[in-house]
Design a protein around this ligand. Structure first.
Ligand code: NAP
Length: 533
């Protein structure tokens, strides 16, 4: 067991995903001594853990990348429109080696506790490997979708076959050839993996509690001339992306779906469906604000599902009746078509939940389906799960779990009152999962680095938001969420997927440009809303 007691650290960073990697680079650049603790054996965060078949990003690869280094932008060569998990992981490793970051990352080490010591104004951090370190600042780059959600189903532990969670997939490829496989869940992870597992398995049983909308990815190799054109003006692309609510550039039509004629709507939806990907949501400006407008797009996608799936009853069960894009829209490659295969069975558990997992399979309504392998594509305790699994204590021994009992409260998603010098990267109350994540982490880390530099220059010991500023931010987060249809569904955005979790719309949905403006204003006004001493 490692047993380190180190007092000379300036910053402890928790997590070596895209946030932690950039934090190490940037904070080292301003002369700080930084140590990163990472639970995995390698870097990459979400892309390290989510190795399930078909895992792929749904933001275009030329945009889903760092922008802090123009040289890196020029030298890295993405191969496909949407990068696969292995390619993104190679990129993360390339960045770490290119900027000599690996030597300050301690792998296979999970941070278990972080306590603030008010006398020294330092964070005391402990790990499961016995490390005890102290640092002036603690930066949680723990990711939004990193604590897996394992459903509490009777008998799960009794299953005799292999059990996998998509978010903790083995490093060696899993071959389902000849096996009977059950998959629970039909979110983005399932939608990506089902078409591939179905090609291998003897039979695949898909347990669907809620159908999800998926639009085709239309993935393809990236043509050299497309890459060349983007690289010739990468800065221009980044600038356009920064002006978009989600922080990535795509064609957005601000007009109302309701003011368009049925023919115009059909044309627009058809165009987007053919082009593929998340830009489908940009068909009209009011899709996420007006039920009636949303219904026109939802009806279009339901029509497509019926065209793609031959069996009418199966198509009916696959076609959601809910608001399109309210839960995160899935981007697929052959998902609906997979249900035409004779070796795939859709089992609708919307009316009757899984009764039990037995040693041999899955039991619903008294009927047992015997399988060799079980896949849990059941998602994550999102946004707050990983943070709250660490024993974090601020002033007066206040625990973060206690403070966030009724839901997370932050200032800008970056800090929370009572926890001085503790920063959260893409924390609740920041755009996080509603923005291009790499852009979001770069913006956060830059804000934190500037803040730390400001404090060092003035010899300041601690910073934390005032309760008043935090309350105002939380109100603003709720205010911008209210008119948006996304805040109305039982999704992981509101914590509804985890039993007992407080239902609060967690990400900031006011758009990335407004968020950046708010962060910059706070700084321009000498850290307005923060108490600095
Ligand atoms: P998810 O969207 O939360 O989906 C979990 C699925 O499991 C849902 O269908 C859910 O049903 C079901 N489920 C959970 N507990 C269950 C239970 N006890 N019984 C039956 N069904 C149960 O999780 P995910 O698919 O891992 O995706 C999470 C997020 O990760 C995505 O929304 C996306 O932001 C990100 N992601 C992105 C990509 C990409 O870039 N392409 C790929 C994968 C994931 P209910 O809907 O009824 O709760």
């Amino acid at each position: 067991m490692a047993q380190t007691t180190e007092t000379a650290l300036d910053v402890v960073v928790v997590g070596a995903g895209f946030g932690g990697i950039y934090a190490l680079y940037r904070l080292r650049q301003i002369g700080l001594k930084v140590r990163v603790f990472e639970a995995g054996s390698g870097v990459g965060g979400t892309w390290y853990w989510n190795r399930y078949p078909g895992a792929r990003c749904d933001v275009e690869s030329m945009q889903y990348s760092y922008q802090f280094s123009p040289e890196l932008e020029q030298e890295w060569d993405w191969t496909e429109k949407y990068a696969t998990q292995p390619e993104i992981l190679r990129y993360a490793n390339h960045v770490v080696d290119r900027f000599d970051l690996r030597r300050d990352i301690q792998f296979d080490t999970r941070v278990t506790a972080a306590h603030f010591d008010e006398q020294s104004n330092r964070w005391q951090v402990r790990t499961d490997k016995g490390d005890q370190v102290s640092a002036k600042f603690c930066l949680m780059a723990t990711g939004c979708l990193s604590a897996t959600n394992v459903p509490n189903i009777n008998g799960l532990d009794s299953f005799k076959g292999s059990v996998y969670h998509t978010g903790q997939w083995p490093h060696e490829p899993v071959d389902f050839t000849g096996q009977r496989v059950a998959i629970i869940g039909t979110g983005s992870s399932a939608v990506q993996s089902i078409p591939i597992i179905a090609q291998q398995a003897k039979h695949l049983y898909v347990y669907q509690r809620t159908p999800n909308y998926a639009v085709p990815a239309r993935n393809a190799p990236l043509a050299p001339e497309v890459k060349k054109a983007i690289k010739a003006d990468y800065a221009g692309l980044r600038k356009r992306a920064l002006e978009m609510p989600a922080g990535f550039a795509f064609e957005f039509n601000p007009n109302s779906a309701l003011e368009a004629t049925p023919e115009e709507r059909q044309r627009e939806y058809e165009k987007r469906w053919t082009a593929g990907g998340l830009p489908f949501m940009g068909s009209f400006g009011d899709l996420l604000f007006n039920h009636e407008a949303n219904a026109t797009a939802a009806e279009f996608v339901r029509g497509k599902i019926h065209e793609l799936v031959h069996d009418r009853a199966v198509a009916d069960r696959l076609a959601p009746k809910t608001i399109l894009g309210c839960k995160r829209l899935c981007v697929d490659s052959g998902y609906y078509e997979t249900f035409n295969r004779p070796n795939v069975t859709l089992i609708d558990i919307s009316g009757e939940p899984i009764e039990a997992i037995t040693p041999a399979g899955v039991k619903v309504g008294g009927n047992e389906t015997v399988v060799d392998a079980l896949i849990l594509a059941t998602g994550f305790d999102a946004m707050t799960g990983t943070l709250l699994r660490i024993d974090i204590r601020g002033k007066d021994g206040l625990s973060l779990n206690e403070k966030w009992r009724a839901g997370p409260r932050t200032m800008l998603g970056l800090m929370t009152a009572g926890f001085p010098n503790l920063f959260t990267i893409t924390g609740p109350g920041s755009p996080s999962v509603l923005a291009m994540m790499i852009l979001a982490v770069e913006q956060h880390v830059n804000w934190v680095a500037d803040c730390v530099a400001y404090m060092r220059k003035r010899g300041l010991a601690r910073i934390e938001p005032t309760l008043d500023a935090e309350d105002k931010w939380v109100s603003h987060v709720n205010e911008v969420a209210a008119p948006n249809l996304r805040s109305t569904c039982s999704s992981w955005y509101v914590g509804a997927n985890v039993p007992g979790k407080p239902c609060v719309f967690m990400p900031y949905i006011g758009g990335f440009p407004l968020y950046v403006r708010k962060c910059d204003e706070v700084v321009a006004k000498g850290y307005e809303g923060f108490s600095v001493a």
